[in-house]
Unconditional design. Sequence first.
Length: 183
Amino acid sequence: MAEVARTIRRLARESRGTEIAEAAAILPLLFMIVMGIFWFGQAFRIYGTITRAAQEGARAGAAPYCSSCGAPNANAVNAVNAVKAALTLAKLDPNQASYPSPRPVFNACTVVTGPTTNCIASASGNICVQAPVQLSNTANGATGICGVSVSFRYPFVFTLPFTSLNNRSIYLTASARARIETQ
């Protein structure tokens, strides 16, 4: 019995191999932190890209166009084309974009009909372009600043093993507004 107690005391004082045990306990946690930083960085990059694409779309939709050329909803077509071009340039698939949920609510600029959430149907099946809409609050029934609103959402899939975020798709929403130019 004394021999066993002596062996246990000697093993308790022994420090060889503790570095390996500590590394085995810490490295998986450190690896998860590094992977999390990487994937959240990717999500932030995509969020910045889709926000910039929405801004480009709103700017293109607000530019003046030939109203006598007979092209219906030319503002919306210009906006959608600009968004798709920006997403393609950033190596993102424009077909993965979808309508935001819920859609933004604006008052129509032309006739006082109350709030609207309608997207221009002929523009695209996945990017919501609303025009002309009021971008500013008005008082006493006066007409506010008319503009274009572009909004959509884009999926991002996290790959973070051993977490609840593994292979979970989240939707990043982008929206932008621009005042309609008259000249």
